[in-house]
Design a protein around this ligand. Structure first.
Ligand SMILES: Cc1cc2nc3c(=O)[nH]c(=O)nc-3n(C[C@H](O)[C@H](O)[C@H](O)COP(=O)(O)OP(=O)(O)OC[C@H]3O[C@@H](n4cnc5c(N)ncnc54)[C@H](O)[C@@H]3O)c2cc1C
Length: 501
């Protein structure tokens, strides 16, 4: 705690505190508007910058703020660091990278921007989307590669909804998080786990001046932990992630998702978002909740089979619906198009590739999927059809049609970009896919400086936000690999802004 200012003082004036009763990480009871109490606050600790949440957005903000010589603390409510960022697939969309240039792939921030607007149904806040697109390669190069030492595989992957191959990968989000934590600690950032923020503290002018924390908090026990008040001299960064793990709040926003399973970690709950709304933040797009189309119903959470389905079957093979044994979508469509198609079919889809398509993908999760049998290998198409109750004659006809389209390079049936690989050479591989709740596009509104915007459209002084906690960057649908890009770009942006305040 070398950078911790030990000075303690009293704020001898009225403080507006928003109140909420939280249990199990979820709001149980709250008033429609925040109750206001006036009390003297005894500040236990002082920092220039308080960051809430230790995912990619929070650690990016903390690092950028520490570069500007700010004293920074990151509070994380869970025992482990990293949130959903630590368990994600480590894929980041980068437009105009050196890796693309080496492979002769033509791309630009403008093309990524157009792809994100198209997927987002133009509901995106365009200036935010543009800010992300303009900074993917500059920030991935400067921060991830040069300053944090994140190691990428060197592959440039074509992910659904993107016009060109542009996705760089570490194959695991923890590779980003570990590198960021090391870099933050070298810069003197304090990272404190099991510390939950349950209040954002504002002064009488609604400027955010600090937070109330519960140290040694036990997840799910809202009253656990020792209460402390932390003064933020320059500002507070909200980077608490999305609320995909909060079934109650997801259903409140999107009732059709009542029974949906999810891919994320259990700490992805709504209480910080609700607290932010009570502090006056403007909510954006809260009911746009994304389902990941390719997760396996045969695994818990995100699992491993997605690596085969997304990289091999959707690029070099196909998806069929079991009731007709036929192809039924552009397998490289955006996530909503694919999830909607699978849900409408009423069955998990079967993702199929042959040994050539399978062999084109090198991913650490694929052997694990074979091991847990969510991905299966077959010597013949007859065996594959039997396993998934497909009509083998119809399936063979579909494969013949698919191979014809693959050889011409034009998918006149579903308008997919074809890799040219056919489904012909045994062994064959297959996995089941069914959508699970994966990302919340909505959150608090920010501007291009990462400053939080209030209900009146004005900046809330002292409050910043980044990552999945915010809304507007992705509009209605987040494209694959664009969340990490968003977290890095807006995390760094918010960190620079708050430390310059
Ligand atoms: C399985 C999976 C795979 C994914 N793969 C990819 C991918 O390959 N590429 C991509 O672009 N996107 C991917 N995503 C999406 C992406 O991982 C997330 O959008 C991103 O990690 C969010 O980062 P964040 O920093 O905003 O939040 P998080 O990483 O979720 O971190 C937020 C942290 O804040 C903490 N927190 C919340 N409230 C409080 C509080 N009140 N007090 C203290 N701490 C609090 C949480 O515990 C959490 O640790 C994936 C998501 C999942 C679930």
């Amino acid at each position: 705690m070398s950078n911790l200012q030990q000075r303690r003082d009293f704020l001898k004036r009225g403080i507006a505190l928003s109140t909420a009763s939280i249990t199990g990480g979820t709001l149980l009871s709250s008033s429609a508007t925040a109750a206001t109490v006036t009390e003297d606050i005894k500040w236990d600790e002082h920092y220039d910058v308080v960051v809430i949440g230790s995912g990619l957005a929070g650690l990016s903000a903390a690092y950028a703020a520490s570069e500007n010589k700010a004293s920074v603390v990151v509070f994380e409510k869970m025992k482990t660091i990293g949130g959903n960022s630590a368990i994600n697939a480590g894929s980041v969309a980068v437009a105009g990278s050196d890796y693309q240039k080496e492979k002769g792939i033509k791309d630009s921030p403008e093309l990524l921007y157009q792809d994100m607007l198209k997927a987002g149904r133009n509901l995106n806040h365009p200036e935010l989307t543009k800010h992300v697109c303009d900074h993917t390669w500059p920030y991935v190069k400067e921060y991830c590669i040069d300053k944090w030492g994140v190691e990428f595989t060197g592959q440039v992957i074509h992910v659904g909804g993107h016009s060109v191959p542009r996705v760089m990968s570490t194959q695991s989000g923890s590779k980003f998080i570990n590198a960021q934590v090391d870099a933050c600690k070298k810069n003197g950032v304090v990272v404190q786990t099991r510390t939950m923020i349950d209040k954002i503290i504002s002064d009488e002018n609604n400027n955010v001046i600090g937070v109330r924390v519960r140290e040694k908090y036990r997840f799910g026990k809202s009253e656990s932990g020792k209460v402390k008040h932390i003064r933020a001299n320059k500002g507070v960064v909200l980077s608490g992630g999305g609320f995909t793990g909060d079934q109650r709040y997801v259903t409140l926003q999107e009732p059709t998702l009542q029974d949906a399973r999810n891919t994320g970690q259990k700490g992805a709950t709504s209480e910080l978002l609700i607290e932010a709304l009570k502090a006056g933040c403007n909510p954006v797009h809260l009911s746009w909740v994304q389902q990941y189309p390719l997760s396996s119903p045969d695994e818990k959470g995100f699992g491993f089979a997605y690596a085969f389905s997304s990289r091999a079957a959707c690029v070099h093979g196909m998806l069929v619906r079991p009731d007709t044994s036929k192809r039924f979508m552009n397998e490289l469509g955006n996530r909503k198009q694919r999830a909607d198609a699978i849900i409408a079919s009423g069955h998990p889809a079967i993702a199929i590739a042959d040994s050539v398509g399978f062999g084109k993908v090198s991913h650490s999760k694929i052997p694990m999927a074979l091991e847990n049998k969510s991905l299966k290998k077959f010597d013949t198409l007859e065996e594959l059809a039997k396993e998934y109750d497909l009509d083998v004659a119809v399936l063979k006809g579909e494969i013949a049609r698919y191979n014809e389209l693959a050889s011409t390079g034009k998918d006149v049936d579903f308008n997919r970009k074809m890799s040219g690989v056919s489904i012909a050479k045994a062994p064959f591989y297959a996995a089941r896919c069914y959508p699970k709740v994966h990302h919340t596009m909505g959150g608090v509104q920010i501007n291009v400086h990462g400053e939080a915007i209030g209900l009146d459209g004005e900046v809330i002084k002292g409050l910043y936000a980044a990552g999945e906690m915010t809304g507007g960057v992705h509009g209605a649908v987040r494209l694959g690999a664009c969340a990490i890009a968003d977290c890095i770009v807006f995390g760094i942006t918010a960190g620079k802004s708050v430390s310059a305040a």
